[in-house]
Write a protein that binds this ligand. Structure first.
Ligand code: MN3
Length: 214
């Protein structure tokens, strides 16, 4: 079970920053060009660099050139930066600048099965995104144990995650994601996000967890 869109985020033993598949103005009005540039080229790139630096530090511990006493800090850095890398890779891919899309038949039936109807999912997802305290993410994901779709918050890039939970649709609500475009209007940003979801991509992710593939 593997999310295809993450493959280009890792190559030859290193985490890599996938190039954006769109121009810098392509995600307006959700994200202005300056935000897209800074968010991808600076923030996301820093998480990639941080994750690789943590890998290097782990290798030094293995080789005996760095004290094992550093492990708690190194692993904390790895989880934060790797979480940032994965979530941002998913975020760019689950956005589109084209006409608003409706969930496809498969995605819609999964949402109806888990939330009752699309409106209920919309309400739960947007409410959570708007109310995440501080820096974090609103996430639609799947619990690998029950195969249930759940909406939850991830704080920073890695808190609070249960093992086996996999994100399918992610909305970055760190201030750097929207402040240059929306100022303090997170609600406006989240509502605009809902109009720019690439449901084709999200549906592909949901299909990875199709019950027939268990
Ligand atoms: Mn971000």
């Amino acid at each position: 079970m593997y999310i295809p869109h993450l493959r280009k985020a890792y190559a030859d033993g290193r985490y890599v920053l996938p190039p954006l598949s769109c121009g810098e103005s392509a995600l307006e009005p959700l994200i202005c060009a300056e935000t897209l540039y800074l968010h991808h080229e600076k923030h996301h790139a820093a998480y990639v660099a941080g994750a690789n630096a943590a890998l290097d530090a782990l290798a030094m511990v293995n080789e005996g050139t760095l004290s094992p006493a550093q492990l708690p800090l190194i692993t904390q850095n790895l989880m934060f930066n790797l979480g940032g890398h994965i979530l941002h890779t998913l975020y760019w891919e689950n956005l589109t600048g084209g006409e608003p899309q409706e969930p496809g038949e498969f995605a819609m039936s999964a949402l109806v099965e888990n939330f009752g109807n699309y409106a209920a999912f919309h309400k739960v997802f947007t409410s959570l995104c708007i109310s995440v305290q501080g820096s974090g993410w609103g996430v639609l994901g799947v619990d690998a144990l029950s195969r249930r779709l759940l909406v939850t918050a991830i704080y920073k890039h890695q808190d609070v995650l249960v093992p086996g939970f996999y994100p399918l649709l992610v909305c970055d609500v760190w201030e750097h994601a929207y402040y240059l475009t929306w100022s303090n209007d997170r609600k406006g940003y989240v509502n605009a996000f809902m109009h720019q979801i690439n449901w084709e991509v999200v549906e592909e992710r949901i299909k990875c967890f199709n019950r027939s593939e268990i």
